[in-house]
Design a protein around this ligand. Structure first.
Ligand code: GTP
Length: 376
C-alpha cells in the first residue's frame, strides 16, 4: 500500500483513522523498577520523573489523546499509587484513566494480560511507559487494520540495530523472526516498544505469570502462525531508560526535536519555570530544564541538563548532561559532566564529577572533596 492509499482508505475500509483511534484502548506499561535510573527511581517511578517540565508519562498521554484515543489503562506495580495520585481519573487531560496493579511485577507480557478485563474494545495499543516517540500512532493503527493483523509492531529503522531486538519482515510487512541483540542482524528494523494487539491475542497470554512480551509472547505467536505485521518508519525515538538517554530525551523535547503537544510553541534552548531565580551571566543552553524554585548563581553554566525543583546551583558551577534531583545543591565552581545527583544531595564547592557518577540522595560531598586533577 502506498501512502496515498493510507491517507484515503478505500471504500471497503470505511473507518477514518480517527474512528480507529476512538475504538482502541491505550495500555501503558509502567510497572518496571527503573533500576538503570537509580537513585532517581528510588523515590519516583521512571515514567513519573520530570522531563521537559512534566512527568514523562504526561507527554505520552498527550500524544495518545492527540491521536484520538481516550480510554487509557495503566499497568502498574512498582510505586503503583504515585500514578493515580497524580493523574486521578484523567479527566483534566481529556482522558479516562484506569489503573491496574500487579502485586508483584508480571513482566511486559504478564502486564498486558493483567489489564484484559479493563479493555472496552477489540483492539488495544500498548506502549512501554519509557519511550519518547514521534511516530504517527493513527498510521500504525491503520496498518494494523488494513493487514487484518493479530498483532502489529511499530518497527524503527536505525543505523546500528545490534543492541536492540531486531524484527525482519517480508515485503508485505509480515514479521518473519524476532532476534534479540544479534551480532550480525539481517535487518535494521528494531522493536520500538509500541504494539497493537487484538483482544483475543491478549486473552491467550497465560494469566498471573511472569511473561515477557518480547521474549515469550511474540516468538510463541509466530510459531503458532498468527498474523504479526510491522509498521516501519524512521520517526523520532528514544528509550529513556538510562541517565544519558534521559537527559538527551528531555533536551530534545525542549528544543522541539522530539514532539510533545504539551510544549507546542514553547520550544527553545531552555525551559525555565517562572518561579526559578536565574542570576545575571548564568548560561542555560542545550535544551536544559530548570524546575520550580530553583536558583542558578552568577556565571553558572547549565547545558543539556534536567534540574528538578528547588535545586541550587551556585556561582561559577558548570553542569553538563546531568540530572540534578529535587533539593540538591551544587557548590560554587563545581564541575559536573554526565552525572546524576540524588534528591537533597550536596556537591561541595569545586568538586568534580564526571563519566556516570551518581551521588545518592542526601549524601554531602565536602567542598573540594572529590576531584580529578591536582589543581586547586
Ligand atoms: P530497568 O530496571 O532500568 O531495566 O527499567 P524497567 O524496570 O522500566 O524495565 P524496562 O525498561 O525493560 O521496561 C520497559 C517498560 O515496561 C517500562 O515502561 C516499564 O515500566 C514497563 N515494565 C517493565 N516490567 C514491567 C512489569 O513487570 N509490569 C508492568 N506493568 N510494566 C513493566
Amino acid at each position: 500500500m502506498n501512502s496515498d492509499e493510507r491517507d484515503n482508505p478505500s471504500p471497503s475500509t470505511p473507518d477514518t483513522n480517527s474512528d480507529l483511534a476512538a475504538e482502541t484502548d491505550a495500555v501503558i506499561l509502567v510497572g518496571g523498577k527503573g533500576t538503570r535510573l537509580r537513585p532517581l527511581t528510588n523515590s519516583i517511578p521512571k515514567p513519573m520523573l520530570p522531563v521537559a517540565g512534566y512527568p514523562f508519562l504526561q507527554h505520552l498521554l498527550a500524544r495518545i489523546r492527540e491521536a484520538g484515543m481516550t480510554h487509557v489503562v495503566l499497568g502498574t506495580s512498582f510505586k503503583a499509587e504515585v500514578f493515580e495520585e497524580h493523574f486521578g481519573d484523567g479527566s483534566e487531560l481529556g482522558l479516562e484513566i484506569e489503573y491496574v496493579v500487579e502485586d508483584s511485577p508480571l513482566g511486559t507480557g504478564g502486564g498486558i494480560r493483567n489489564v484484559l478485563s479493563h479493555l472496552r474494545h477489540d483492539r488495544a495499543m500498548i506502549f512501554n511507559g519509557d519511550i519518547l516517540g514521534g511516530t504517527d500512532l493513527k498510521a500504525v493503527l491503520r496498518t494494523h487494520v488494513d493487514n487484518a493483523a493479530d498483532v502489529s509492531l511499530h518497527l524503527l529503522r536505525v543505523a546500528d540495530p545490534r543492541a536492540f531486538g531486531c524484527v525482519p519482515t517480508a515485503e508485505d510487512g509480515r514479521v518473519e523472526a524476532f532476534l534479540e541483540k544479534a551480532e550480525d542482524p539481517p535487518t535494521d528494523q528494531i522493536n520500538a516498544g509500541c504494539y497493537v494487539f487484538q483482544r483475543d491475542i491478549i486473552e491467550s497470554i497465560p494469566e498471573n505469570r511472569v511473561v515477557s512480551v518480547e521474549r515469550d509472547v511474540f516468538p510463541d505467536l509466530l510459531v503458532k502462525g498468527h498474523r504479526l505485521y510491522g509498521h516501519v518508519d524512521q520517526a523520532y525515538w528514544r528509550d529513556l531508560g538510562t541517565p544519558d538517554d534521559f537527559v538527551r530525551g528531555s533536551s530534545d523535547l525542549v528544543r522541539g526535536i522530539a514532539p510533545s503537544p504539551l510544549l507546542a510553541g514553547r520550544n527553545g534552548e531552555a525551559l525555565v519555570d517562572e518561579s526559578a531565580a536565574i542570576a545575571g551571566g548564568a548560561l542555560l543552553l542545550g535544551g536544559t530544564v530548570i524546575g520550580r524554585g530553583a536558583e542558578i548563581g552568577a556565571g553558572a553554566r547549565v547545558d543539556t541538563s534536567v534540574v528538578f525543583d528547588g535545586v541550587e546551583i551556585e556561582a561559577g558551577a558548570t553542569v553538563e548532561r546531568c540530572v540534578v534531583a529535587a533539593g540538591a545543591r551544587i557548590g560554587a565552581r563545581a564541575h559536573l559532566r554526565d552525572a546524576v545527583v540524588g534528591e537533597g544531595a550536596v556537591v561541595g564547592a569545586r568538586c568534580e564529577l564526571q563519566g556516570g557518577a551518581r551521588v545518592w540522595p542526601g549524601v554531602a560531598l565536602p567542598d573540594g572533596g572529590l576531584r580529578f586533577s591536582s589543581d586547586v
